[in-house]
Design a protein around this ligand. Sequence first.
Ligand SMILES: Cc1cc2nc3c(=O)[nH]c(=O)nc-3n(C[C@H](O)[C@H](O)[C@H](O)COP(=O)(O)O)c2cc1C
Ligand code: SF4
Ligand code: SF4
Length: 416
Amino acid sequence: MANTEIELCGIKLKNPIIVAAGNLSQDGEKARKSALAGAGAVVTKTAGNPKHPCYSPAYVRISQIVPETHFSPTRQSTPGYMTMGHDHWITCTAEDWLERELDIALKGGVPIIINTSGSPRIASAEQPHDAWKAHAARKAELATRFEKKGASGIELTYQTAQFACLGSGVDTNQMQMVIRAVKQAVQIPVWVKMPYMHDIEMWAAAAESAGADAVVFTGAARVVEIDPEAGRLAVPTDSGWTAWQGAGRRPLTMYCVAKCTAHGIKIPIIANGGVWSSIDIIKFIMAGATAVQLLTAITMEGMGTIRKLNSEIKQWLDSHGYKSLDDIRGLAIETWGEIHQEEFKARVDPKQCNGCGLCVHLCRRGRVSAIRLDEDRGLAHVDQSKCIGCAYCTIVCPSGAISLAGWPPPRKNQPK
Ligand SMILES: Cc1cc2nc3c(=O)[nH]c(=O)nc-3n(C[C@H](O)[C@H](O)[C@H](O)COP(=O)(O)O)c2cc1C
Ligand code: SF4
Ligand code: SF4
């Protein structure tokens, strides 16, 4: 049977499924149970200080509030599970984890990664630079103590609701200052967890050059949803926005993973946010991820999900002739940015064309439509010299008469 063991930053994991920071690792006992449920590793909920009150439900299943039909008229983007979390609650402080919770978590027998905020909470009177410097020193000191206690790694999170988030008034130097300080203090790996950002490769490269051992994304995407029946915010929170978790978010995370792979980020990438099924995991590894973190899928579908997913991954690898995850890592990214649309040309099968003329009307070439109905038979005919290969006509043709020659382009490297 195919092997799903991986090596991540020098740590051997029995499978690539890591329990993400949150409710399933909010204290030592929960983290231990997640480990015993078969996870390759467990990341603790943010070990912070002080504890915060919870102002709103941490989890709301949006499809229960907003009828699914309201998402998209074609239902194609219906998220299935689209959950929103807005969780201020820090159950255990860093001192709680150091005193007792980490010892309990370690009894689960898998690597425990301590999640801690990578950015400070900046009081209005404070100089941002001073706040970041003090924060870096504090995190370095804490990381040393966690390393001594047996933690296998530190995850600096830049997405926790109450702290400064990357992208908004934070520059890469500030993030790098914290990473460098923690790296200098410990031997164990330091991961950096980032929110969704369109220029994620720039942040990942900055983390890599400061010495980070892995990047994790996307920890959060800030969103707002409206309940149209109640005429109010679907998830009212103290900040207005909330965080979007669950299956619907997968393409945003995929964008970040794939883009960083394509831009040559060398340190391991851990996909987090919207990872739901075993096929999702296969896709993320094909996009270049070394491992994945899950929270909502396990919360909604139960702890048995971890073993189920791992066994499904093995079966998929077996049925496709792969021996391990290394065989497929980054496979899908080889064609990133190398597609030249004009190389593809629409072709009409005259046997299927009914002469309705829709394609002529909707051809993306515009005023100089690349398609016309020929005068003899009234069937569609493509002028290859005008066609720009946009594929629009293939989608609008009601009888499936149009295909795009040359599409999809052949793979450069065949799977091993
Ligand atoms: C209830 C809840 C609590 C969370 N707590 C934390 C946290 O303390 N620290 C953190 O970095 N991320 C936290 N997260 C974010 C998750 O670690 C994860 O990045 C997010 O849920 C996306 O993954 P998913 O789609 O698999 O749920 C929390 C998420 C939820 C839903
Ligand atoms: S592929 Fe685009 S440009 Fe070419 S015929 Fe179809 S709609 Fe027109
Ligand atoms: S849309 Fe399809 S069926 Fe209609 S004219 Fe074009 S090719 Fe023919």
